[in-house]
Design a protein around this ligand. Structure first.
Ligand SMILES: Cc1ncc(COP(=O)(O)O)c(C=O)c1O
Length: 500
């Protein structure tokens, strides 16, 4: 439950014992206070009282009305109550807690007393009736105040593109990914493109990669006039079959681009060895794998460059597009920084042709704030994956579906992907009917995409990639989901296989 505490309740709670607001700081209830009520709470000026208010702000999230909310509230006689209702309605809170619910005339929102809240908290949870594949707003209460501080800094400074926010983020991401440098860019796609440019890839060059990935992996290679050379995938990890890579190397091969699909690293040892042996640049498509590890090293630190996406659905998502390239090579770092600003160095003097690949400061601030939560969110995703594995095993469902094993710890489960054989599409429709979000990543391998016809591949060239495209289904696994939601997913999958 997300509740907004009205100032009458807060004033009373603050005047009583310090634990009086404990009611609102329970696991089942996320409590908010409107920033506009703080000054009315500060009418007593003792240090002790100020400390209490300060503790309160540490425990609750703060929501600030915008000008529209205030204007609407001003049109009404009971300004305080009207503003609380408007905020609760516009922010989607479940209820307002007030000691005098009768003062609220509008029925925009449920208004309850602390006693009624207590009762609601103790009620058994209502049964799950659906699970979203991704519920990004569900964790906003946790991060919103940190994010607002970062965004206000940027808005006040007027530095919207690159600047100190982006530099601070770059330092933090480099440290997190165990590299010397990081260069913030406009998206994960641009991270791939600029890395290929920094490696000098162009017309006539070949880059070895996976056919079973998001389009941008191969799209960025083709955009530079180079040719993606696909290698089939391992049927367990969904990542490139490394034992097939060497046979694809020709005199035109310039780079290998492994993809750490779904959040698990590709088998990097032999890729790195081949890179060294044949003088090839290794560019990791780590868009889905921030924080994943291969033999105790973080993704993004394994090859020459690592490319990450901050697309909102990623484990570390922005409030829009963004990406970053990691590297420990000073030479590549310098090239990346210049290519990011149209190849300009110094400003307006161009020795090379780059692009506008700049990361904006608002997104950098959002990512920087969220990075502090990433480890706990990742551990929750991993725990959710373990819970699914246990539930599927306990329900004897592993004879119908194949679970995603963790071959190279640590897998960060950007997606939890099962194989459902030839009943995948049927299962997907069934789960959708039960309001369970699930998705196919990806329904058509890149080698048989219409736009890549001229590459000369045909159906049957990469049987494992094609089979995966026909059989896989991603289930909800993000840190926001609960155990009962996971049980609901598994019960429905059981129902599908046993009763349909
Ligand atoms: C494997 C992979 N590569 C590249 C990208 C591109 O990232 P973005 O959407 O940030 O451009 C994505 C994002 O979906 C991805 O999953």
């Amino acid at each position: 439950m997300e509740i907004l505490l009205h100032n009458d309740y807060l004033a009373e709670a603050l005047s009583r014992e310090p634990d009086a607001i404990d009611l609102c700081i329970t696991k089942n209830c996320k409590s908010w206070v409107a920033s506009t009520t703080i000054s009315s709470l500060m009418q007593k000026s003792s240090q002790e009282h100020r400390n209490k208010v300060s503790d309160l702000l540490g425990d609750l999230s703060v929501v600030t009305p915008n000008v529209g909310d205030l204007a609407e509230a001003l049109r009404n006689e009971c300004f305080e109550e009207r503003l609380t209702s408007i905020l609760a309605r516009n922010c989607g809170f479940d209820a307002v807690v007030s000691t005098n619910p009768e003062k609220f005339s509008s029925n925009d929102v449920l208004v309850i007393t602390p006693e009624e809240l207590q009762k609601k908290i103790n009620e058994p949870a209502s049964p799950v009736t659906g699970v979203k594949l991704l519920d990004i707003p569900a964790s906003y209460h946790q991060i919103l105040n940190d994010v607002e501080i970062e965004m206000a800094d940027t808005i006040r400074s007027g530095q919207f593109i690159l600047g100190s926010k982006v530099s601070e983020l770059e330092e933090k991401i480099a440290e997190y990914c165990q590299t010397k440098f990081a260069v913030g860019v406009s998206s994960g796609t641009d991270a791939l493109l600029i890395s290929l440019m920094a490696a000098g890839i162009g017309e006539g060059d070949e880059v070895i990669t996976s056919p079973y990935t998001f389009f941008a992996t191969a799209g960025s290679i083709v955009r530079l006039g180079a040719t993606p050379v696909f290698v089939d995938i391992n049927d367990v990890t969904f990542n490139m079959k490394v034992e097939h890579v060497e046979r694809c190397i020709t005199s035109r091969t310039r780079a290998i681009m492994p993809v750490h699909l779904y959040g698990q690293c590709a088998d990097m040892d032999s890729i790195i060895e081949l890179g060294k042996k044949h003088n090839l640049t290794v560019i990791e498509d780590a868009a889905q794998s921030i924080g994943s590890e291969y033999k105790n090293k973080r993704s993004g630190s394994l090859g020459d460059m690592g490319c990450f996406s901050f697309f909102p659905a990623k484990n570390l998502g922005a409030f829009g597009d963004g990406g970053i390239v990691t590297t420990s090579s000073e030479e590549l770092y310098e090239k990346l920084k210049v290519l990011r600003v149209h190849g300009s160095e110094p400003k307006y003097y161009h020795k090379s042709i780059g692009g506008n690949f700049r990361l904006d400061a608002l997104q950098a601030g959002v990512i920087k704030a969220k990075l502090n939560y990433l480890e706990s969110w990742t551990e929750k995703r991993r725990q959710n994956a373990t819970t699914y594995n246990q539930l599927f095993q306990a329900n004897a469902l592993t004879q119908y579906i194949q679970l995603p094993p963790e071959v190279f710890p640590r897998h960060v489960f950007n997606q939890y992907v099962i194989r459902a054989g030839n009943r995948r599409d049927e299962l997907r429709s069934f789960l959708n009917e039960k309001k369970i979000g699930c998705e196919i990543y990806y329904p058509l391998s890149l080698h048989i995409q219409e736009c890549f016809k001229s590459l000369g591949y045909k159906k049957g060239n990469f049987p494992e990639a094609e089979k995966a495209a026909d059989e896989t289904l991603a289930l909800p696994v993000s840190h926001e989901i609960t155990k009962s939601q996971q049980e609901y997913v598994v019960e429905n999958i059981r129902d599908f296989f046993l009763n349909k």
